[in-house]
Design a protein around this ligand. Structure first.
Ligand code: HEC
Length: 128
């Protein structure tokens, strides 16, 4: 009886651990795999050398380092703080509508993509 209990307990611990590990793998957002494609699709056309957004604000998103540097006036991504990161603020239209991003008549960024960016920032905006 005592042995069975131990085996059962062990099995339960294993199940819990593997579930936990599974979640962690699923939740880790990668810059190169997840974040970059979203930027390429929605932002890069204006935010690279020669683009309108880059010319106006100095904000390039071509590389990770460019992205983290932000505009001429400071960072747009604050690691660990998606709520306070201007990049997200503008995409969610929380600032003045005239500067919501992407600019002009483009479609807004899909909600699930904004969520991905948010999670990446909250996980420390790592170069992963
Ligand atoms: C069609 C062009 C265009 C696209 C696409 C675009 N931007 Fe911009 N962006 C601009 C322009 C132009 C500015 C300069 C500010 C202004 O004039 O409104 C700017 C400025 C910014 C700024 C700086 C705002 C400030 O406070 O100075 C951020 C942050 C930004 N864009 C983020 C993004 C993000 C994130 C995306 C993709 C989701 C994006 N932009 C897509 C044109 C664009």
């Amino acid at each position: 009886m005592k042995n069975m209990l131990t085996a059962g307990t062990l099995m339960l611990i294993c199940l819990l651990l593997s579930a936990l590990a599974g979640c962690m793998v699923e939740d880790a957002v990668s810059y190169s795999r997840d974040v970059k494609p979203i930027i390429q699709k929605n932002c890069i056309s204006c935010h690279e050398q020669g683009g309108a957004g880059y010319e106006a604000s100095g904000f390039s998103m071509e590389t990770y380092d460019d992205l983290m540097k932000g505009t001429n006036f400071g960072p747009m991504v604050i690691p660990g703080d998606s709520e306070g990161s201007n990049m997200v603020v503008l995409m969610e239209g929380r600032a003045d509508p005239s500067i919501s991003m992407p600019h002009g008549g483009m479609d807004p960024v899909r909600k699930q993509d904004i969520d991905t960016l948010r999670r990446w920032i909250d996980q420390g905006a790592k170069k992963n």
